[in-house]
Design a protein around this ligand. Structure first.
Ligand SMILES: NC(=O)C1=CN([C@@H]2O[C@H](COP(=O)(O)OP(=O)(O)OC[C@H]3O[C@@H](n4cnc5c(N)ncnc54)[C@H](OP(=O)(O)O)[C@@H]3O)[C@@H](O)[C@H]2O)C=CC1
Ligand SMILES: CC(C)(CO)C(=O)C(=O)O
Length: 323
C-alpha cells in the first residue's frame, strides 16, 4: 500500500515528507520546476525544528506514479485544480480507489465522489508554505497539523481509521469523525478571510472588518442553505493551543494559502471555492451574498493579473461594500 500524494506543494509536500520519514511508501505527484527540483535534489522541508531534505520519489502525473489496488490517493492541490487532476487520475485509478481530500472548502469531495466511490474529507488545520521549487515549510511544531477525517458524505470506515492511524504515526493529530463535513463547513467560514489577507494584508482594522462581514454573510447563507456546521466553541476546543508557530530562520512571509498563491504568482486562487461556495449556496437558496461575491471576483482578477499580496487597500473594499 502506498500514499500517492497528488499536488505536492505546501500541504502535500510536508505531509508526504513526514509519511515517508515515518516509513510509509509515498509517491509524490508534482509539476513544473518543483517537480524537477524534487527529482534532482529531494524535497527540502523547513520548520521551526530545522531543515531536512527528504529523498521521496516524485512523478509528473498519476500515470507516471501508478496507482495500484490498495493505494490511497491524497488530493492536496488547490480546489481550482481538482477537476483537471481528477480527470488525469480516473484514467489510471480504479473507481474504488480511496481518494482523501486534504483540502479546504467543501467542493472537492463532491467532485471526487462523481468519479470515485470511496471519498474522504479532511479538516485541514495545518499551516504550511510552498516557498520555492523544491522547498516547503511546516509552520507549526512540534505538531505540524490537525487532520481529522471521515468518509464523505458521512461515516467512518476501516480506511478512515487506518489513514488516521498512519497520519498519527507521521506526527499529526488525526481523529476519525462520522460528521467530518460539519467541521469542514466551520473551517470554510474561517477561510472566507483568505482572499482578504491575500488582497489587503492583515495589518489593518479595515481588513478585519471586511473579514467579519464576509463571515457574518457566510454564516447567514449557510443557515439559509440548512448546512450543518460545528459551532465555533467546539471547533476552538478541538484546536486548543496545539498548533504553535514559533518564528524560525528563513521563514516565508506569513499569511495563509491564498496569500501564497499571489506570492508565487501562480495565476489562480482558491476564492471561487471558498467565498464562491457561499455565493453558490446564496444563489441556490435565493439569499444575498454581495460581500463574498465581490471579494471572490477581486481575488480571481488579482491572481490572474499576478498582483502582489496586500496591493488593495481594505478601506477600498469597505467603500465598495457600502456603496
Ligand atoms: N498552505 C496552508 O497553510 C493550508 C492549505 N490548506 C488547503 O490545502 C490545499 C492545498 O493548499 P497548498 O498546499 O497551500 O497549495 P500549494 O499551491 O502550495 O500546493 C498545491 C500543489 O499542487 C500542484 N498541482 C496542482 N495541480 C496539479 C496537477 N494536476 N499535477 C501536479 N501537481 C499539481 C501545484 O502546482 P502549481 O504550483 O504549478 O500550481 C502546487 O505545487 C488547499 O485546498 C488549501 O486551501 C489548508 C490549510 C492550510
Ligand atoms: C487557517 C489557514 C489560514 C492557516 O493555514 C488556512 O486554512 C489556509 O492557509 O488556507
Amino acid at each position: 500500500m502506498a500514499f500517492v500524494i497528488y499536488g505536492a506543494g505546501a500541504i502535500g509536500g510536508v505531509l508526504g515528507a513526514r509519511l515517508h520519514t515515518a516509513g510509509f511508501d509515498v509517491r509524490l505527484i508534482a509539476r513544473g520546476a518543483h517537480l524537477s527540483a524534487i527529482r534532482s535534489g529531494g524535497l527540502r522541508v523547513e520548520s521551526p525544528e530545522g531543515a531536512t531534505t527528504v529523498p521521496v520519489p516524485v512523478y509528473g502525473s498519476p500515470a507516471e506514479a501508478g496507482v495500484e489496488p490498495g493505494d490511497v490517493v491524497v488530493l492536496t492541490m488547490k480546489s481550482q485544480d481538482t477537476p483537471a487532476a481528477l480527470e488525469a487520475l480516473r484514467a489510471v485509478a480504479e473507481p474504488s480507489t480511496p481518494v482523501v481530500c486534504v483540502q479546504n472548502g467543501v467542493a472537492n469531495e463532491r467532485l471526487a465522489l462523481r468519479l470515485f466511490s470511496h471519498v474522504y474529507g479532511v479538516c485541514v488545520m495545518f499551516p504550511a508554505a510552498h516557498v520555492q521549487a523544491g522547498v516547503v515549510q511546516a509552520r507549526s511544531a512540534p505538531v505540524p497539523g490537525i487532520l481529522d477525517l471521515g468518509r464523505y458524505p458521512g461515516g467512518v470506515d476501516d480506511v478512515a481509521r487506518s489513514v488516521a492511524a498512519d497520519l498519527a504515526k507521521a506526527g499529526f493529530l488525526s481523529e476519525p469523525r462520522e460528521d467530518i463535513m460539519r467541521w469542514k463547513y466551520r473551517k470554510l467560514v474561517m477561510n472566507l478571510g483568505n482572499a482578504v489577507t491575500a488582497l489587503c494584508g492583515t495589518g489593518d482594522g479595515d481588513a478585519a472588518r471586511v473579514v467579519e462581514l464576509l463571515r457574518a454573510e457566510g454564516e447567514a447563507v449557510l443557515a439559509a442553505a440548512g448546512a450543518d456546521v460545528v459551532d465555533e466553541e467546539t471547533d476552538l476546543a478541538r484546536r486548543g493551543d496545539i498548533l504553535r508557530m514559533p518564528a524560525f530562520e528563513g521563514q516565508a512571509p506569513g499569511g495563509g494559502s491564498s496569500v501564497q498563491s499571489l506570492l508565487r504568482g501562480t495565476g489562480s486562487i482558491e476564492a471561487d471555492y471558498l467565498n464562491g461556495e457561499i455565493v453558490l449556496l446564496a444563489r441556490l437558496h435565493g439569499v444575498p451574498a454581495p460581500a463574498n461575491d465581490l471579494v471572490r471576483q477581486l481575488a480571481v482578477v488579482a491572481a490572474r493579473e499576478r498582483v502582489a499580496p496586500g496591493s488593495v487597500p481594505a478601506s477600498e473594499l469597505l467603500a465598495r461594500l457600502a456603496a
